[in-house]
Design a protein around this ligand. Structure first.
Ligand SMILES: Cc1cc2nc3c(=O)[nH]c(=O)nc-3n(C[C@H](O)[C@H](O)[C@H](O)COP(=O)(O)O)c2cc1C
Length: 310
């Protein structure tokens, strides 16, 4: 049994919910005859306070006997469990003041650090090697797929600048594979809303199809954007022709291609993206915790070899 979870960070009867419903209904139709279950959570009803930076979640991960949890007791844990249990997530969130809502960022901050996929794999390997330690739940280590719908009221794209880029932080630490994303600005304009509804339906169908694919088989079929990895349009100018993608953390160059200035990222740099498993692994390697992991090099080689299946 696979599960697709719809998360609505907008109002219970707002535009996010409308597009999310369209995606989920189309997904249900596409999944007819398949063993897939569906759930939608209206996150606005939940109480999710901000991270207080205590580090308890990471210390629990490192304890080897406790599972990852937050010391603050509100609705965070239930949402975190639902995210981990899902195989595919369709996340719809409004743009507030150009970026994701505070509630979504609260969730990302409390979820992210201890759920870094490479960090969890290192710690889990340590647990397996030590008598009496408790392995991490399978839900932490399995593959998760995600699609993003960023919803804005403005009719122009320059008023939703950080919507999709900031939503991409949601799946980053758990190394979720992004299947699709939709920049749903102008969501109150009837003609545009109809087109966005159709695109949401396509997103739902694609999520069901992707459930049966290997990660390496999932191709990008939406707006290619400027960055070939996250498909967002953000570029940081680093001086001269050097650029970086602020979402992926990769470096590239501005080049003239067929008479147009293009952002070009080498294959090697694309593999460094923190949206890819190699990117989160790079972070673990740069932290270089050889004292903590005596089999550091063995772990790195083992997890690198697994990357295509991640
Ligand atoms: C506090 C606040 C800030 C907003 N800022 C933006 C914005 O910067 N850009 C934009 O396009 N829409 C903005 N909006 C409009 C919402 O994105 C829009 O109403 C959206 O439909 C809300 O999602 P919902 O209908 O699912 O609740 C803002 C709305 C609120 C309440």
């Amino acid at each position: 049994m696979k599960k697709i979870l719809g998360l609505n960070f907008g109002r219970a009867h707002g535009n996010c919910r409308k597009f999310l419903d369209a995606a989920m209904e189309a997904a249900k139709k596409e999944a007819e005859g398949k063993d897939v279950e569906f759930e939608i959570i209206d996150c606005m009803k939940l109480k999710i306070t901000h991270c207080i930076g205590c580090g308890a979640c990471s210390r629990k991960l490192q304890s080897g006997v406790e599972q990852i949890s937050c010391i603050q007791k509100d609705d965070f844990e239930a949402l975190s469990d639902a995210v981990l249990a899902a195989d595919g997530i369709i996340l719809a969130a409004p743009v507030y003041v150009l970026a994701q809502t505070g509630q979504l960022k609260n969730f990302i901050d409390r979820f992210g650090p201890a759920h870094d996929k490479a960090y969890m794999l290192f710690e889990n390997a340590l647990r397996e090697d030590t008598e009496g330690f408790v392995p991490l739940p399978e839900n932490c280590l399995k593959r998760h797929l995600v699609s993003y719908i960023s919803v804005g009221g403005a009719t122009t794209q320059n008023w939703v600048s950080y919507g999709l880029p900031s939503m991409n932080l949601f799946g980053m630490s758990l190394n979720m594979k992004v299947v699709d994303q939709l920049d749903a600005y102008g969501s109150y304009v009837p003609d545009r809303a109809r087109m966005l509804t159709e695109q949401s339906e396509r997103m739902g169908r694609r999520m069901v199809d992707a459930l049966d694919m290997k990660t390496s088989e999932i191709t990008w079929e939406s707006d290619p954007g400027t960055c070939p990895v996250c498909h967002c349009n953000e570029v940081t100018m680093m001086g001269h022709n050097k650029i970086s993608c602020p979402i992926c953390g990769i470096y590239g160059e501005l080049k003239m291609v067929d008479g147009e200035i293009k952002a070009v990222y080498s294959k090697e740099q694309q593999d460094r993206s923190r949206l890819k498993f190699t990117g989160v692994m790079e972070h673990q390697v740069e932290l270089n915790r050889r004292d903590r992991y005596p089999k550091f090099d063995e772990y790195v080689a083992k997890f690198r070899a697994m990357q295509d299946e991640m």
